[in-house]
Design a protein around this ligand. Structure first.
Ligand code: BDP
Length: 710
């Protein structure tokens, strides 16, 4: 009997551990798009095995070791073989050689230091570049090709990044929380650093390098001076040591008043000699601790942050002071253009242009200005910022937001590549037709010596990095577009889906389609026709009625301007005149409500409720149409997602399905809030076939209050 019991208990434990081990095989999303699961297609697999009998790296170049190891790791997973890393090609075998292109080589080569070239001769593949990091990017490109089950020949060719600084901006605070972060707390464990270096930092670096990201700002733009203390600089140095192996430079956001608060000086005036010396000494100290430090990011005189204007100086005075300090080390100063004052009469739309355009030509060459894609603040849909094209003498960098501050946090599925592309492809007309924002950002239009594309990161300590599993696609898309802005949203969605979720072709098609439509669906139920909602509060719950705040531009009514006549912010010459910041060709199209594209209409016009739009519907009917079809479309997303269940890991599938269910409820929440609130002003009926919301405005308001309750 005792014997039976022991056997039974043993059996029970084995059963439990088996259950657990199978469970741990489920995909928790940690591996992102670097899954390297075995290739099922035997023909493709065999063709690669033939060409990958060894990886040859010159023994004189230890830096290529990381690239070789990444390739080895990827191939082991994909092909199921361990490819040896050797010093010289092995006679009689075919393999992959990694190396630098010799200066006398005459053939086509990458245009810059970080580009790569993949070629093939007599069955041998070579991944060559001008610099080591290019070889690493080439290895990831080859792996990407295999991961998509593409034949070797599609990987061949030359690729060079179009933008120099391709960076993530982390809005991470030293205590752990992330400003506008929805995937747990900061990845950086400041209290453990520098002694304990979490292996996850390496995985973070790998993921970034695999999509070409080469810089990271590790702390919030609302910066703590703490990061400039020696104690913290050593912590940052420990991160930099990991990132460096993957070609990633480390940057810091700095607190402009640090000379006063940290240095004990009487002022932080940028023209004060002692202040200038303080920054010189500080920057010297930074470079002693982190020799390849990238540079400084600054948010100044914005939303209560200190800045040069506190001393009657300009943004150029502040930036140039830092440039003077960083110049000897060839670092950069990235100064943000996100500024707006609490002026009740002003239009916030115009603020960045008004402050920065007159300063063009006044900045040190070591400075670049980082501009948010739109003039206000990462709205679900914004026209491009009019600063692009209007500072030809000052390098302008792009700031996109990957974290979904206004895009439903980690609950709503919104694929952002179309947002990034829409802005990059906008035509500024500064040098005639075809003067796209992309050509300004990549430096080709104004010959900028430095170029930058930054994305406010959506990563956090959640096991799957981004909270919403599908939000990984946004990190991925940002990196791919920073490397090559000409890639299409479709192509990126397709490759990400194959690398991350499934190879089943009908499912890939369905998933890409959901991704590609997701942004418009969100805009429809959230802020259709050019509505915006950057009011204070959570940036999540609908509060179009919100009319009280310490400043007018922190209310909802400031932005939508709904009244008994109509809806929208008049920015024509009859209104705020903000349209005057664009070139005549753009103005011509947007000034007239008849030709202004519907997605931007209420950004620029106050339209009467009953006015007919180019769609043939009245404004009110068009709003109803968008709010209702937007909310309904989430049901379509759910249905499509249910259809791909069998070709996706069950854990990921269930995770996304749960979030879609929530999204569907919240889409109706948004729809009801807007429709019921606007109805109090428009006095219009909800037109058929749409059915009046089941709840009253008061009930929606009550639910929002509960959401906002502390
Ligand atoms: C806004 C965010 C705020 C940021 C600010 C910025 O709400 O938390 O600090 O942007 O970019 O979107 O500085």
């Amino acid at each position: 009997m005792i014997h039976f019991r022991i056997t039974f208990i043993l059996f029970f434990f084995i059963l439990i551990s088996l259950t657990f081990s199978t469970k741990s095989l489920a995909d928790d999303g940690y591996r992102l798009w670097l899954k390297f699961d075995p290739i099922q297609d035997e023909t493709i697999r065999k063709s690669y095995i033939q060409s990958a009998e060894f990886i040859a790296v010159s023994p004189n170049n230890p830096h290529l070791r990381v690239a070789a190891e990444e390739l080895q790791k990827g191939l082991a997973g994909l092909l199921g073989v361990t490819v040896p890393i050797v010093n010289l090609s092995i006679a009689g075998k075919t393999g992959i050689a990694l190396g630098l292109i010799i200066p006398s080589y005459k053939g086509p080569r990458p245009e810059n230091e970080e580009g790569y070239m993949i070629s093939m001769a007599s069955g041998n593949v070579s991944i060559m570049a001008n610099q080591n990091v290019g070889v690493l990017y080439g290895c990831f490109a080859l792996l990407r090709n295999i991961q998509q089950h593409l034949p070797l020949k599609t990987a061949l060719g030359v690729s060079s990044p179009k933008v120099k600084l391709r960076m993530l901006n982390h809005w991470d605070n030293p205590e752990g929380p992330i400003e506008r972060g929805y995937a747990g707390s900061s990845l950086w464990k400041w209290y453990d650093l520098p002694e304990t270096v979490d292996p996850r930092y390496r995985d973070y670096a790998r993921a970034n390098a695999s999509i070409g990201i080469n810089g990271t700002v590790v702390n919030n733009v609302n910066a703590s001076a703490r990061f400039l203390t020696a104690e913290y600089l050593h912590k940052v140095a420990a991160l930099a040591a990991v990132f460096r192996q993957y070609g990633i430079k480390t940057y810091l956001s700095v607190y402009f008043a640090a000379p006063k608060t940290l240095g004990g000086l009487k002022t932080s005036d940028p023209l004060d000699p002692e202040v200038r010396q303080w920054w010189k000494d500080k920057v010297k100290e930074i470079y002693q601790i982190i020799p390849d430090f990238g540079g400084l990011l600054v948010k100044a005189n914005s939303e209560g942050e200190p800045g040069p204007q506190d001393y009657g100086r300009t943004h150029a005075d502040g930036a140039n002071m830092l440039a003077e300090a960083i110049k000897p080390y060839n670092g950069v100063v990235i100064w943000r253009a996100f500024v707006y004052k609490a002026d009740p009469k002003a239009d916030r739309f115009k603020a960045a242009y008004d402050e920065f355009a007159p300063l063009d030509g006044k900045f040190d060459p070591q400075v670049m200005i980082q501009v948010k894609n739109g003039p206000i603040d990462f709205q679900p849909r914004e026209p491009f910022s009019p600063l692009f094209g209007n500072m030809p003498k000052t390098p302008l960098g792009m700031e996109f937001q990957i974290t979904q501050e206004y895009l439903g946090f980690a609950t709503h599925m919104v694929y952002e590549a179309p947002i990034f592309k829409e802005c990059l492809e906008s035509d500024t007309y500064v040098q005639g037709k075809g003067s796209t924002v992309a050509r300004i950002v990549d430096g080709s239009l104004h010959n900028y010596p430095i170029t930058c594309m930054a994305g406010v990161a959506n990563t956090g300590s959640d096991r799957n990095w981004t909270g919403h599993p599908m939000a990984q696609a946004n990190w991925y898309a940002f990196g791919r577009l920073a490397w090559d802005h000409s890639l299409s949203s479709e192509a990126i969605a397709d490759e990400w889906t194959k690398m991350t979720l499934t190879h089943d072709q009908p499912s890939v098609k369905k998933i890409s389609n959901i991704l590609l439509r997701s942004r418009d669906i969100y805009v429809n139920y959230n802020t259709p026709l050019g509505l915006s909602r950057p009011w204070t509060g959570s940036h999540f719950a609908p509060e179009p009625w919100q009319n009280r705040s310490s400043r007018p531009d922190w209310t909802a009514i400031y932005y939508h301007r709904a009244d008994s006549i109509g809806l929208g912010f008049d920015r024509t010459p009859n209104g705020s005149g903000a349209l005057g910041q664009y070139r005549p060709e753009v103005q011509k199209q947007w000034n007239d409500p008849k030709t202004c594209p519907l997605p931007y209409l209420l950004w620029f016009h106050h339209i009467p409720w009953k006015q007919k739009l180019s769609s043939g519907r009245t404004l009110w009917d068009e709003l109803c149409f968008r709010f209702y079809t937007g909310a309904d479309s989430v049901k379509w997303m759910q249905k499509e997602w249910a259809d791909v269940k069998n070709s996706i890991d069950p854990e990921i599938h269930a995770n996304v399905a749960g979030r879609l269910l929530k999204q569907q409820k919240e889409a109706i929440w948004w729809r009801d809030a807007w429709v019921l609130y606007l109805q109090t002003l428009s006095k219009q009926y909800i037109s058929t076939p749409y059915i009046k919301p089941e709840r009253t405005l008061e009930e929606v308001q009550q639910s929002v209050n509960v959401y906002l309750m502390r």
